[in-house]
Design a binder for this molecule. Sequence first.
Ligand SMILES: Nc1ncnc2c1ncn2[C@@H]1O[C@H](COP(=O)(O)OP(=O)(O)OP(=O)(O)O)[C@@H](O)[C@H]1O
Ligand SMILES: [Mg+2]
Length: 383
Amino acid sequence: MFSTTQKIGILGGGQLGKMLCLAAAPWDFKTCILDTSADFPAGPVCAEFTPGDFNNYDDVLAFGADKDVLTIEIEHVNTKALHELKRQGKVIHPAPEALDIIKDKGLQKEFYRENGIPTAPFELFDNEKALLDAIETGKWNLPLVQKSRTAGYDGKGVAILRTKEDLQTKLLQGPCLAEQLAPVQTEIAVIAARNASGEVAVFPAVEMDFHPEANLVELLVCPARIPTLAAAEAESLAEQVIRAFDVCGLLAVEMFLCTDGQLWVNEVAPRPHNSGHHTIDSAVTSQYQQHLRAICNLPLGDTAQVQPALMLNLLGEDGHKGPVQYEGVAECLAVSGVHVHLYGKALTSPFRKMGHVTITAETLEAAFRKAEFVKKTLRVISR
Ligand SMILES: Nc1ncnc2c1ncn2[C@@H]1O[C@H](COP(=O)(O)OP(=O)(O)OP(=O)(O)O)[C@@H](O)[C@H]1O
Ligand SMILES: [Mg+2]
């Protein structure tokens, strides 16, 4: 429905919430944010800010009471309150049922198995001791990937266990899963969108290159440098996954293109995603506008890429902690096709996501040349 008076409630006021609010502004949609501090990125750009904890049942319930549509910018929210709001007739996208599955990596993996979605072979364990037993008895062999079932993000709930020594130093505590280490050729992400009418649209596959130390995406390349056939398969797999979850809104599908050409789904996020930032500056429709279209059951926008693009996460520089200062922004703005996005976080710390830069050019090669300049020029340091 298109209505400039409807209130769109967003759980979470980080950078994704901020960019959602900015995308809503041209249509005069009323964006309302729930988070603990109005100083977070979305605070200054939303129409209405409600202080509260999106993990707290009462806070979410109260926040939802006068909203027409509810959505999220982070999946670790109180879904019990969302179930109650849904029971009361509120429109909630993504649906709390899907969120419950996605929040738990164990349930997520079982969902893939049940729905015939290719993923790394895995097993669930009650705790790390049960996993150690399985390794002891030879049921599982190293290397393997251990993941905490809940509350992981930015690689923090993931341990790649290669050696016996890793079992001493890297093992994660608590309920977990073990999965096969994928023979990764390229890590990619495909963002799909679906509206309540059942229309689905898929953005082109993007390639994700990781920062070796921080386990964060450092560089993103769109279109991904993979065979056309693999990209087409990845895009139709993303459509299969969003239809299986039956969610409205965006679903970012992270995948491994394996060395033998197989695609494995790694995990999904039912919201705008780091791998879609570049769409603001390089696609016909941004992922943020697409999310709004999808949750309001409006026609989905054209997902075509206008120009090749690179996206660099602006991470806080190692060794710097405190009030943030940016160096070299003006120099970068002098280069055509360099789009700087600062999230407005007051404090920087090593590897904290403080912003991103999208670089567009006629060719990827030209974009890479500009990226080299940005990388050595733009710095996020403390005062
Ligand atoms: N089975 C696997 N085989 C190979 N590499 C893996 C596997 N699982 C995870 N990884 C690596 O670890 C990274 C983080 O894993 P995953 O995406 O599951 O965790 P996350 O904490 O949710 O990450 P993020 O929040 O950054 O998306 C992956 O992007 C990939 O590089
Ligand atoms: Mg991930």
